[in-house]
Design a protein. Structure first.
Length: 129
């Protein structure tokens, strides 16, 4: 059916505009429905995949902690070696400073407790050297 024969030019334009507008509205409605279904699909798909994702993330965390546990003895050995070197330097310095004090024993605990406690800081008397 040719619109030009039935309608005038202005009417033909209005009919075409009405058809395109109604199609646009229908397409918009269809696209809204499609977006809605897509959202529902994503939500349900995410809920289905959620345990798998949690399992994967938990496995990654466990691998990271296993690597840390594996390297911890090496790091502790390095720290112990550094501490012994610093402690020897400190004992030499203490012997030099306290050489004139009678009855002073180098490296002996100055407190009256039987427990040994490591220094609170990472360095032994940094202001000394």
């Amino acid at each position: 059916m040719n619109c030009a024969r039935i309608f005038s030019e202005k009417e033909e334009y209005l009919v075409k505009q009405w058809i395109s507008d109604s199609l646009r509205v229908k397409l918009l409605n269809y696209s809204r429905i499609g977006v809605g279904f897509s959202n529902v699909g994503v939500i349900f798909g995410g809920c289905k995949k959620r345990p798998e994702i949690f399992t994967f993330c938990r496995a990654l965390k466990e691998e990271k902690f296993a690597a840390r546990r594996a390297i911890l003895p090496v790091l502790q050995a390095e720290e112990d070696e550094r501490f012994v070197k610093e402690w020897k330097k400190y004992l030499e310095y203490e012997a030099e400073v306290m050489k004139d004090v009678p009855g002073w024993k180098v490296g002996e605990n100055v407190y009256n407790s039987g427990r040994w406690m490591p220094p609170a800081t990472g360095e032994l008397r940094p202001e000394v050297w």
